[in-house]
Design a binder for this molecule. Structure first.
Ligand SMILES: *Cc1c(COP(=O)(O)O)cnc(C)c1O
Length: 443
């Protein structure tokens, strides 16, 4: 009987993707590539993208009524899982009073205070509506403060779709990059210098040659958009020292790591003080919020206090502030991050031990509640160390996982996120399924 039910479920799972497929066909008439953000189109994995109807806790349900344990978590924001009670109630209560006023609200103060009271690295903050907007504004601020134009970034770090940051390293030793998107003027690309991660020498060289014209160095202190390329702490410390020495501002793009590896993000985790920090994802509790923050002195350059213009019609809108407040306040609970780290480690350990026992060239990189499925066995710190052949294996793995009710972001370069709603049982189940699928993908 149990077997019969199981077999039936398997069947349903394998065949029933038709509603998502239909919706995707329809969506192609409306949106470029059928989506409103490129990776959602499932281009590097198989099948049509799933259309999601609802989520609760660690799981969500697609339009064909398949249920999945979700490790994408909306690409990071949902550290408390889907449909968190406190966020939902606070949003409903707030939205009854209207959605936006284009004027200051008490809720903005409340979220601002909550964050600043619990973050030693920023004195003032400005709310915007996305991570991209936060980064774009932080770059302008760095340029406004220093009166210099160039930006140094790292190969393999993603900072949203900001013109001057959609640049990758050029060929050879040239530090001047090439754009990763059409529509970026050459004159913008020339203002961006790209160097490899975790490479003290490259950093020293580029600063020596260009510090006089460079406004800032921007880094994801926990690079998590192109695999999980955990940096040596001593490299990040060196970066801080060198920026100070060369009079160049250091921007930590904490859009993923902020409120994720700790309430104070990577700055707190590594105890390194950046000059400007950017936030997004978790800060809005699932609503569109981004932010940038810095010392009072640096933030005094932002309009209307200073000459660096930056504005937003829907910035700090009350519903988003309410969601952000309800979310971040829960992260301050005693032991929250320790617990997230412990259960993620346990989950990762089950899969890793299995892979090692089977001698699969596969490991899981992890920091806090972020993990990455890596198809090389050692920790890697630079983008060029990623084995692109592993992406074919990921494609198989992703497909098999979907069949069995585990949802990962649809690319092998994406990290996974554990939320507070993932129970030990959810994680044990997911780990068992991942091991089962590894047997298929790795052989
Ligand atoms: C997601 C992300 C961004 C862009 O944020 P959006 O809200 O998608 O615009 C910027 N930087 C980092 C590190 C990110 O992970």
């Amino acid at each position: 009987m149990i077997y019969a039910t199981f077999a039936l479920m398997e069947l349903v799972n394998t065949i029933k993707r038709s509603t998502s497929a239909e919706l995707y066909e329809e969506a192609k008439q409306y949106f470029p590539g059928g989506v409103n953000s490129p990776v959602r189109a499932f281009k590097s994995v198989s099948g049509p993208p799933l259309f999601i109807k609802k989520g609760k806790g660690a799981r969500f349900t697609d339009e064909d009524n398949n249920e999945y344990i979700d490790f994408c978590c909306s690409w990071g924001p949902l550290i408390l899982g889907h449909d968190n009670d406190q966020i939902r109630e606070k949003v409903i209560e707030t939205v009854r009073n209207g959605t936006s006023f284009g004027a200051p609200t008490r809720l903005g103060n409340e979220l601002g205070k909550l964050i600043l009271d619990n973050n030693r690295f920023i004195d003032k903050i400005r709310f915007v509506s996305s991570g991209t907007e936060a980064v774009m504004s932080a770059i302008r601020l760095a340029r406004g403060v220093t009166g210099k134009n160039k930006v140094i970034k790292f190969e393999g770090c993603y900072h949203g779709h900001v013109d001057s940051l959609l640049v990758r390293a050029g060929s050879g030793l040239a530090t001047f990059g090439e754009s990763t998107s059409a529509g970026i003027p050459d004159s913008f690309i020339k203002e961006t210098l790209v160097i490899p991660l975790n490479d003290k020498e490259a950093l020293e060289q580029v600063l020596k040659a260009h510090a006089a014209e460079t406004a800032c160095v921007i880094i994801e202190p926990v690079p998590a958009n192109n695999g999980l390329l955990l940096q040596d702490k001593c490299f990040l410390e060196y970066l801080r020292e060198k920026c100070t020495e060369h009079n160049v501002l250091l921007i930590f793009d904490e859009v993923i790591s902020g409120f994720r590896v700790g309430f104070e993000g990577a700055a707190g985790y590594y105890n390194i003080h950046p000059d400007i920090s950017t936030y997004g994802k978790i800060i809005g509790g699932g609503m569109p919020v981004g932010a940038y923050g810095a010392s009072a002195e640096i933030m005094a350059h932002v309009a209307p206090e200073g000459p660096v213009y930056q504005a937003g019609t829907l910035s700090a809108n009350p519903v988003a502030m309410a969601a952000g407040y309800a979310a971040t306040q829960q992260l301050l609970e005693e032991g929250f991050y320790e617990n997230m780290d412990a259960k993620t480690k346990k989950f990762v350990h089950i899969v890793e031990s299995y892979a090692m026992e089977k001698e699969y060239p596969f490991r899981m990189q992890q920091i806090g509640s972020i993990f990455w499925l890596s198809f090389v066995t050692e920790r890697i710190t630079r983008a060029d160390q990623i084995d692109s052949a592993g992406m074919e294996k990921f494609k198989v793995l992703h497909h098999e996982l979907l069949q069995r009710g585990v949802y990962l972001g649809p690319s092998g370069y994406e990290v996974g996120f554990v939320s507070a709603a993932h129970t030990e049982a959810d994680l044990a189940e997911a780990a068992r399924i991942i091991c089962e699928c590894l047997d298929i993908a790795m052989t």
